[in-house]
Design a binder for this molecule. Structure first.
Ligand code: SF4
Length: 107
């Protein structure tokens, strides 16, 4: 019985150490990401802009008011950061005040 508990402890410890190794590298990776350029072909196809105020609300498919990246369900990273990862543009950072046609409200 002691061997089983010890084995389980060792597995959990190994998993915990692996988690500690992965988390810092993810954060460092996010900081090293380039900013998404408005000229990026995918950004253009989704009408991405760094400034949500530049978008005519009437042109949006989703009429919800006050849409920007900071209140989009797909934004990631730290709340206070100006440039943050987005699930739609992997490997790039979007502006917190930006917008694209995929905008979705946070739940
Ligand atoms: Fe911004 Fe959301 Fe579009 Fe990402 S999906 S660029 S967070 S509006």
């Amino acid at each position: 019985m002691k061997n089983i508990a010890r084995r389980k402890f060792m597995h959990l410890s190994a998993a915990a150490v692996a988690g500690l190794v992965v988390v810092p590298s993810r954060e460092a990776k996010s900081q090293d990401m380039p900013m998404l350029a408005e000229s990026d072909p995918v950004a253009q196809s989704l009408k991405y802009t760094h400034d949500a105020n530049a978008v005519d609300p009437a042109s949006r498919a989703n009429p919800a008011a006050e849409q920007n990246c900071s209140n989009c369900a797909l934004i990631q990273g730290d709340e206070g950061a100006t440039w943050r990862p987005c699930q739609i543009f992997p490997g790039k950072l979007v502006n917190n005040n930006g917008w694209c046609a995929v905008w979705a409200p946070k739940a």
